[in-house]
Design a protein around this ligand. Structure first.
Ligand SMILES: O=P(O)(O)OC[C@@]1(O)O[C@H](CO)[C@@H](O)[C@@H]1O
Length: 379
């Protein structure tokens, strides 16, 4: 079996590639928007500008000695300090970029900015005037199940990092490059009572769609329990935290929100997190306790592009590589629901790949395409 380490990692130092644009366009725009949206004092504005300069034309430097987690990051940074940022693996560099961004805005320092989400204004802006579409309760249950699964999948379009970068302009859902949802419903049967882990991705419209799906899975007994895993701190612009889940709860139709509160009260729905969700590595390097959590679940649902990159390693896999090869190390059953917003890709049938490539469009990174992939055997 191919080990992750045998496949070259995606870097961001190749002009014209998607990751190159993330450093050149998306991050500078993001840092400027954060600086301009807040009542930050001069030294925090300067810190944001310095981070921009360092990441665009400088070299990777360490976290300050005052940072509570500098020891952890010193170990993670050792092999990359002194390199230009785009020369480090894309996944690693982005993870460290978001940690440095929180440092620049005093997120962990006691004082007025302690715990203030620097992306909060973008999350609020995105939900202005938004209300979830009314639920179609008349649909037969299997159709409803699939509709909610696809709602959660395409909810992944609402990634504010993507929107800030301008890449989202007019992205329309075109189709799935792989759809293994039949295998998922083969396991997630009515009254199966499964123990699910849902590793969330974005706040806002995506987590709203996720919560609607979770409610359905609990209400139909497909799930006995759901552990919803969120990020321990703001990152990747719109990744959902506990606070974002509660914002979403207030926007849900009242009966859905009531059922979810009751499920939480009964211990059937739990919120969970792990420091590794903000580590800059794929899941093959996850610590034993997190891997044990995935192993113990009947099924782990991994949402979004970043979780996909972490599942298969952010590497130049041939796109026809089976997902069970790329994610062969994963200790339990999983399904990944992802819109395609970066280069890492596996599990695409050769004819599908040829047809998509023949379009000449940059279909791998525009969020116009999506996938449902699993290591469950087709049933
Ligand atoms: O995980 P998500 O929210 O679906 O996507 C995260 C993302 O915006 O960040 C990366 C580039 O910064 C890409 O993987 C992707 O476009």
């Amino acid at each position: 079996m191919t080990a992750l380490a045998d496949v070259p990692e995606i870097l961001s130092n190749v002009p014209g590639t998607y990751p190159y644009g993330v450093w050149r366009r998306r991050h500078p725009r993001l840092l400027a928007r954060i600086r301009d949206a807040h009542l930050y004092p001069p030294h925090l504005r300067d810190a944001l500008d310095a981070l921009c300069e360092e990441t665009v034309q400088g070299v990777i430097t360490a976290l300050p000695r005052t940072a509570h987690d500098h020891g952890t990051w010193d170990a993670w940074c050792r092999e990359h300090l002194g390199k230009p940022w785009p020369d480090a693996p894309f996944l690693w560099a982005e993870g460290y970029f978001y940690r440095r961004l929180l440092e620049a805005v005093d997120y962990f320092r006691p004082g007025p900015w302690f715990g203030h989400d620097p992306f909060g204004f973008l999350k609020t802006e995105d939900l202005q005037g938004y209300a979830p579409e009314p639920l179609d309760d008349d649909l037969p249950e299997p159709e409803r199940a699939q509709q909610l699964l696809l709602g959660s999948l395409w909810g992944n379009l609402n990634d504010l990092g993507f929107k800030v970068g301008g890449e989202h302009a007019g992205a329309d859902a075109v189709g799935l490059v792989a759809d293994e949802s039949a295998a998922v419903w083969g396991v997630l049967r009515r009254d199966a009572g499964l123990a699910l882990v849902v590793v969330a991705d974005n706040a806002g419209q995506e987590i709203i769609a996720d919560l609607i799906l979770i409610d359905f899975l609990l209400a139909t007994g497909r799930a006995g329990t759901v552990a919803l895993h969120v990020k321990p701190q703001p990152t990747f612009v719109s990744d959902a935290t506990t606070s974002d889940v509660h914002t979403a709860l207030r926007l849900l139709p009242a009966p859905v929100a009531d059922r979810l509160r009751a499920a939480a009260g009964a211990g059937r729905l739990t919120l969970d997190t792990h420091a590794f969700y903000c580590a800059p590595y794929p899941y093959d390097r996850a610590p034993a306790d997190l891997l044990a959590t995935f192993a113990a679940a009947d099924l782990t649902i991994l949402k979004g592009d970043l979780n996909y990159r972490r599942l298969v390693g952010d590497r130049h896999w041939p796109a026809t590589t089976p997902i069970v090869t790329a994610a062969g190390y994963f200790p339990g059953r999983f399904v990944t629901l992802r819109t395609l917003k970066s280069d890492a890709l596996v599990g695409v049938a050769p004819d599908t790949l040829a047809a998509l490539d023949a379009t000449g469009e940059p279909w791998r990174t525009t969020a116009t395409h999506a996938l449902v992939q699993t290591n469950l055997t087709p049933g």
